[in-house]
Write a protein that binds this ligand. Structure first.
Ligand code: CP
Ligand code: NVA
Length: 309
């Protein structure tokens, strides 16, 4: 058995994702049922970008699993200097039982995980945010039950980490996923290809459109995210004008299924990608979604640690 990492959503098979989500529900009911980090054993939690939810939920979750979180700003470590990612992975593996890392390019996670001898978890990269999508799927399951055959529509930057993770993680759960994005902001081809491959296994579907109303029509879940992700502030692209028709507002929500739910990973930019009326309204499940980061990540860590060789 080799070490299991969680770097992108399709690192879990459909059956494995279902196991993690079931454990997350169990841990939500009984927060101290699993103590795989009793000792305490350590988990390194490293941030190269800002965070509120990920930082708090991992630190508390690791404590509830019996462990100790070493939470560091990556910019204060030797990561920002000449030490290679592989060497860092080798060294950290001698101190901690898992590494949770928020970073920039996905290849950085690939490089560290190739040398680490403990599980590496992606706490957000430019390309994927798989821990968030586990929480999103837990939230949707709580509201909708079985997700197979349900439809999820995402509005905004189709090439960002949330759009990509919703594609891969969503079809893994059997959701029919539609990405509605302005021209030029569609998902990257290689992610679409991976999502279509996974969808073929689960019977789900993948669609991309520039028409927000078509995407919203009849959808069971509407999801949005920041128009400008961390690190894109100076990319020279107009990340406001082309996005306005993709705002999740009352008018767009009126096209969705009558009992549709609205998700947002947060932080929200109220008045940009989502209106106050919607995020504070009856269809919004964003606070449960934020809470579920804790339960989903505890389940993921417990699941990965149980599969150590
Ligand atoms: N959704 C999310 O990852 O939030 P933070 O950036 O606050 O961790
Ligand atoms: N797409 C956003 C998600 C923040 C949790 C970003 O990367 O900044």
């Amino acid at each position: 058995m080799s070490i299991r990492h969680f770097l992108r959503d399709d690192d879990l098979s459909p059956a494995e994702q279902a196991e993690v989500l079931a454990l997350a529900s169990e841990l939500k009911r009984n927060p101290f049922a699993r103590r795989p980090l009793e000792g305490p054993r350590g988990v390194g939690v490293i941030f190269e970008k800002n965070s509120t939810r990920t930082r708090f939920s991992f630190e508390m979750g690791i404590a509830q699993l019996g462990g100790h979180a070493v939470v560091v700003d990556g910019r204060t470590t030797q990561l920002g200097r000449e030490e290679t990612l592989a060497d860092t992975g080798r060294v950290l593996s001698r101190y901690v039982d898992a590494i949770v890392w928020r970073t920039f390019e996905q290849v950085r996670l690939d490089e560290m995980s190739s040398a680490a001898t403990v599980p590496v978890v992606n706490a957000l990269s430019n390309e994927f945010h798989p821990c968030q999508v586990l929480a999103d799927l837990l939230t949707l399951t709580e509201r909708k039950g079985e997700l197979r055959g349900r439809s999820l529509a995402y509005f905004g930057d189709g090439a960002n980490n949330m759009a990509h993770s919703l594609l891969l993680g969503g079809v893994t759960a059997g959701l029919n996923v539609t990405i509605a994005a302005p021209p030029g902001f569609e998902p990257l081809d290689w992610v679409l290809e991976a999502a279509r491959k996974r969808a073929a296994e689960t019977g789900a579907s993948v669609a991309v459109t520039n028409d927000p109303v078509a995407a919203a029509t009849g959808a069971d879940a509407l999801v949005t995210d920041a128009w400008t992700s961390m690190g894109q502030e100076d990319d020279g692209l107009d990340r406001v004008g082309p996005f306005r028709p993709f705002q999740v507002n009352g008018e767009l929500l009126a096209h969705a299924a009558p009992d549709a739910v609205v998700l947002h990973c947060l932080p929200a930019h109220r008045g940009e990608e989502i209106t106050d009326e919607v995020i504070d309204g009856a269809h919004s499940v964003v606070w449960d979604e934020a809470e579920n980061r804790l339960h989903a990540q505890k389940a993921l860590l417990a699941w990965l640690l149980e599969r150590r060789p």
